[in-house]
Design a protein around this ligand. Structure first.
Ligand code: AMP
Length: 191
């Protein structure tokens, strides 16, 4: 099973992906986690990505598409994968479509986790207050969230019609308790 978890920053994509990994034995491909790992390792990619991420902007499409394409070829993706944080632009969605055809793979569903913006601010404040300073993400604060939401509206939300035209979009109410959101996702993927 190959699925996309889609939604604004703070919608709970990572939390839900972790559950699906357990349930189906498929892998979570979080482009945000991959970029943070590259920053921690001090690679060339990490050096380029750091300022972009801290500013709440998006890393270039060709870089992200290359990273995902290589990652999908790894053996642990054979059982399936959950894309978390990718695609984030229409160009990435188009490249993914072409790439999957070339690799002979199908996409089963695009789960859209819908959440009101005010809830995202409440959640981020809670996450910051509950995380020790040394473990906080540099982009976890209300000011960067505002920028990231603007980027989401301008560059990422236009991906939604791309998938609804292909009848792949499955909306879930992300304002429900975590287990309820999981339940909705399972229903949407036919489990
Ligand atoms: P995330 O952990 O998914 O919220 O991602 C954190 C940051 O990494 C984003 O705000 C972007 O700067 C960058 N990033 C993650 N995924 C992508 C992507 N698919 N395209 C461009 N930038 C990305």
């Amino acid at each position: 099973m190959n699925i996309i978890l889609f939604g604004p920053p703070g919608a709970g994509k990572g939390t839900q992906a972790a559950f699906l990994v357990e349930e189906f034995g498929i892998v979570q491909l979080s482009t945000g986690d991959m970029l943070r790992a590259a920053i921690a390792e001090g690679t060339e990619l990490g050096k380029k990505a750091k300022a972009i991420i801290d500013a709440g902007q998006l890393v270039a499409d060709d870089i992200m598409v290359g990273i995902i394409s290589d990652r999908i070829d790894e053996p642990d993706c054979a059982k399936g994968f959950i894309l978390d944080g990718f695609p984030r632009t229409v160009a990435q969605a188009e490249a993914l479509e072409t790439m999957l055809v070339e690799k002979g793979l199908d996409l089963d569903a695009v789960i859209e986790i819908q959440v009101d913006e005010q809830i995202l601010f409440d959640r981020i404040e809670k996450r910051v207050s509950e995380t020790p300073p040394e473990q906080r993400r540099a982009d976890d604060n209300a000011e960067t969230l505002r920028k990231r939401l603007q980027v989401y509206r301008d560059q990422t939300a236009p991906v939604l019609p791309f998938y609804s035209e292909r009848k792949m979009l499955r909306p879930v109410d992300g304002m429900q308790p975590i287990e309820q959101v999981t339940f909705q996702i399972l229903s949407q993927i036919g489990n």
